[in-house]
Design a binder for this molecule. Structure first.
Ligand SMILES: Cc1ncc(COP(=O)(O)O)c(C=O)c1O
Length: 436
């Protein structure tokens, strides 16, 4: 059965005529009959082109922390843009937003960008310029955006191609990257203390940065083992390496101060996007004074015509104001805990081995395996095909997680107790249908 309704199918055909595969990001393509067309969103719901309502747990891949089209954010942006949108001068809005970020995230300095990719790309340049070194470490299953340097051994990689854990192979995630780029990238399995220490001891003179999603937000929410992030901090201090927390997914979601607050560890640089603007395009690179001040006019470049534009900046000010003055994350966590507990009960009753890695505001569902995965390779020991069936049955019934188990379930503050109960009823039916 196709997930597209009649109108959705017609619009998808029109989309394909002018947009490759009918989507403006490859991740949105779900095949010829299941790629959906959105009409609108409000609160915890979205509607497709045929008017079908979905409780939304994708939230546009994570940005919607408050709820879709939050009235306060929308109103503030509407009012502000009447006075113009970009000036190539600093605006008071930019000052206000960067002040808020420094307070909430305990960072010294901030530069604004528009997307997570722009933020991570610049963070890598800052780290290289700061250390005078060229290589960097990242971890298998982590995604840091679309820049060439990061497109190795991402969550799209075939695990069979990753090689031995002792000497992992960089698996290129896309055509179109010059061969030489791979030499700058060191992929390691996550949560492997020994590999990390050994690699840094042997090669620290070449290593500018460790890039890490503090929890694997692109691989089902795999969590760090106790002490793992602390180990990174210790090694980076010892060997003069820049520790970069990529908080594009965890920022303003795991806690008001993101993963840094949750794990009580300060990185040298942090990248934010998604929840920062509740769905408006805004991102940031932030961090310690001495590292951020590597940016220097005429010497170390960071720029962008739209950096600090009024639309995204004001949306972010309004979002952070709400996060600071209302129990947004508390509400999200409360709903997330109830949802996780309900899902656990259903899966246990169905005698289905499972684990739910992550935190209540963004968690994964790994089926067919009892032990929680600790790295990307272990994640693949779960039953991804069964999850896909389950997701399909959920979506048919109006509950929308991503179709791929690697993408966590995201929750927003607009989600009500009733929505959670409705989701659990649907989950029960969808699981039975998926198993049969
Ligand atoms: C951890 C992480 N970093 C970077 C990015 C790239 O962000 P963007 O899609 O805004 O370029 C993503 C996107 O999902 C992400 O999850």
């Amino acid at each position: 059965m196709s997930m597209q309704g009649k109108k959705g199918s017609e619009l998808f055909q029109k989309a394909k005529a002018v947009i490759p595969y009918g989507v403006n990001s490859n991740f949105r393509y779900w095949g010829e009959e299941d790629t959906l067309i959105a009409a609108r969103g409000e609160g915890a719901y979205i509607w497709d082109a045929d008017g079908k309502r979905y409780i939304d747990y994708r939230l546009g891949f994570g940005p919607i922390i408050l709820g879709h089209s939050h009235p306060t954010v929308v109103k503030r942006v509407q009012e502000a843009i009447e006075g113009g949108t970009i000036f190539a001068w600093t605006t008071p809005y930019e000052i206000e937003l960067c002040e808020r970020i420094t307070e909430m995230c305990k960072v010294d300095k901030v530069r604004l960008t528009n997307t997570g990719t722009e933020a991570t790309m610049h963070a890598l340049r800052i780290a290289r310029a700061h250390t005078g070194r060229e290589k960097f470490i990242k971890f298998e299953g982590q995604y840091h955006g679309m820049a060439d340097y990061f497109m190795y051994s991402t969550a799209s990689a075939n695990p069979a191609a990753l090689g031995s854990k002792r000497s992992p192979i960089n698996v290129q995630a896309t055509s179109g990257i010059p061969q030489g780029i791979s030499q700058y990238v060191i992929n390691l399995p996550y949560n492997d203390f020994e590999r990390l220490e050994e690699t840094i001891r042997a090669r620290w003179q070449d290593i500018a940065a460790i890039f890490v999603e503090p929890m694997l937000g692109n691989a089902a929410g795999v969590m760090p083992k106790p002490g793992y992030l602390e180990k990174m901090r210790e090694l980076c201090d010892k060997y003069g390496i820049v520790l970069v927390f990529d908080e594009v997914k965890t920022g303003f979601r795991m806690a008001n101060g993101g993963a840094q607050e949750h794990f009580n560890i300060q990185a040298d640089l942090v990248t934010y996007a998604k929840s920062l603007g509740n769905g408006f395009p805004i991102a940031a690179i932030a961090g310690k004074e001495e590292v951020m001040m590597t940016i220097q006019p005429g010497a170390m470049a960071h720029g962008g015509t739209y950096s600090g534009n009024v639309v995204g900046t004001v949306a972010a000010i309004a979002t952070l104001e709400l996060l600071e003055t209302q129990p947004i994350i508390e509400t999200v966590n409360k709903r997330g805990k109830a949802l996780m507990a309900g899902i656990s009960e259903i899966l246990t009753e169905a005698n289905m081995p499972y684990s739910l890695p992550g935190v209540p505001s963004m968690f994964g569902i790994v089926l067919g395996r009892e032990e929680e995965p600790t790295d990307f390779r272990e994640y693949f020991e779960g039953d991804g095909d069964l999850y896909e069936e389950l997701a399909l049955e959920l979506i048919k019934r109006g509950v929308q997680p991503d179709g791929d188990a690697r993408e966590p379930w995201f929750l927003c503050a607009a989600l009500s107790e009733e929505d959670v109960n409705e989701t659990l009823n649907v989950f029960n039916d969808a699981l039975k249908a998926a198993k049969s």
